[in-house]
Write a protein that binds this ligand. Structure first.
Ligand code: SF4
Length: 298
C-alpha cells in the first residue's frame, strides 16, 4: 500500500535541464491550486499507510504561498513532509534562511536540493550551495542531489562493479533526446525487467495537478478525477495494468514484444527502452500514459 505521495506541485521550472524526467521548463503548465489540494488532502486522510508527503516539481518554491498552504494541510494530517528544490531562491545564505524558517515551523523534516551543472552551469552563481548552507544552519535535515553528464566508466572500475555509464542520469524524459549521444547500447530484447520501481505494489506515487497518479514518470495508475487516490491505490493490480503487466512479466522487452514495437532498435538501458516504448504507445493507452508533456509532446 502507498506510504508516500510526492506531489508534482508544478511542472513549471526556471530551468530546462537536459536530464529532467518530466520535460519541465519555464513554459510548462500544470500547477496545483488551493482547491485541488483541499480535495486531495481530504482523500489522503483515508490512506492509513501514508507516512510522507513530498512537494516536488518542476520547482515548488515558484508557488510559495500555495506550497505553504499545502504544508499546513500535511501538518494537519500528522505525517512527515519534505521538499525537493533547485534552490533558485537562495540569493544569499541569510536570505535563504528567511525562506526556510516558516517551512520549518510548519514541520518540514527534509529538503533535497538539486546542486549540479545541469541546473547552474559553470558560469552561473550556484545558489543551491546557499540553500544547503541555510538548511544546515537551521538544523533542517537535507541533502543535495547531484547528477553529472553521462560518461563511460573505465574498464577497471566496471570490473569492480561500477555501472557502465557513470553520472547518475536516468534515461527517461528529456535525457532520451539530449544525453544519449556516443553512449553504448544493447538490443531492445535484452531489457527484461524494471530495475527501479515496484510496479506490483507501489509504495511511492507521484500525483500531478492534472490528477495523474504516476508509478513512474508518465506511467499512471489512473486519474483522481475519476477515482480518488485512496481507492485507486487499494484497487491497483499491476498484473492487469496494460503497461505494468508486460513490464512485470518481462520488462521493456516484453512491453515492446506484445505491442510489436521494435525490430533492430538498441537502447542504453532499461529505462531508455521503456520510455521510448511507452512514447510509441501514447495514443494506444492515453489513460495510463500521461500527460503527453512528460514525453516532450503537446
Ligand atoms: S522507466 Fe520503465 S524500466 Fe525504468 S523505472 Fe520506469 S517503469 Fe521501470
Amino acid at each position: 500500500m502507498v506510504s508516500s505521495v510526492h506531489l508534482l506541485f508544478t511542472y513549471t521550472c526556471l530551468f530546462e535541464c537536459d536530464h529532467c524526467f518530466l520535460y519541465c521548463s519555464p513554459s510548462s503548465k500544470g500547477t496545483f491550486t488551493y482547491q485541488q489540494m483541499v480535495k486531495v488532502f481530504n482523500d489522503l486522510k483515508k490512506i492509513d499507510t501514508l507516512s510522507f508527503v513530498y512537494f516536488e516539481g518542476g520547482e515548488p518554491f515558484l508557488y510559495y504561498a500555495q506550497m505553504v498552504e499545502g504544508l499546513k494541510m500535511v501538518q494537519k494530517l500528522g505525517v512527515k513532509t519534505g521538499i525537493v528544490t533547485n534552490g533558485y531562491w537562495a540569493t544569499s545564505v541569510a536570505d535563504a534562511e528567511l525562506w526556510l524558517q516558516p517551512l520549518i515551523e510548519l514541520g518540514i523534516s527534509d529538503i533535497s536540493i538539486s546542486d549540479d551543472l545541469f541546473h547552474y552551469g559553470e558560469e552561473q552563481e550556484n545558489l543551491a550551495k546557499n540553500a544547503y548552507q541555510a538548511a544546515k544552519n537551521l538544523s533542517l535535515p537535507g541533502d543535495t542531489i547531484c547528477i553529472n553528464k553521462p560518461t563511460i566508466t573505465d574498464k577497471k572500475e566496471q570490473e569492480k562493479g561500477a555501472p557502465v555509464i557513470g553520472g547518475g542520469v536516468m534515461f527517461r524524459g528529456r535525457a532520451t533526446e539530449t544525453l544519449t549521444e556516443g553512449l553504448p547500447t544493447k538490443h531492445w530484447s535484452e531489457f527484461l525487467e524494471c530495475p527501479y520501481e515496484d510496479l506490483k505494489n507501489p509504495k511511492r506515487v507521484h500525483l500531478d495537478a492534472y490528477g495523474h497518479v504516476h508509478i513512474c514518470q508518465g506511467l499512471s495508475m489512473g486519474n483522481i478525477g475519476k477515482t480518488p487516490l485512496s481507492i485507486l491505490a487499494k484497487e491497483y493490480d499491476g498484473t492487469s495494468h496494460p503497461i505494468c503487466g508486460p513490464l512485470l512479466k518481462g520488462g521493456p522487452a516484453q512491453l515492446a514484444r506484445e505491442n510489436n514495437l521494435f525490430t533492430d532498435e538498441e537502447f542504453i538501458d532499461h529505462c531508455h527502452a521503456c520510455f521510448i516504448a511507452r512514447k510509441a504507445l501514447l495514443d494506444k493507452f492515453p489513460e495510463v500514459l500521461a500527460p503527453r508533456q512528460v514525453y516532450g509532446l503537446k
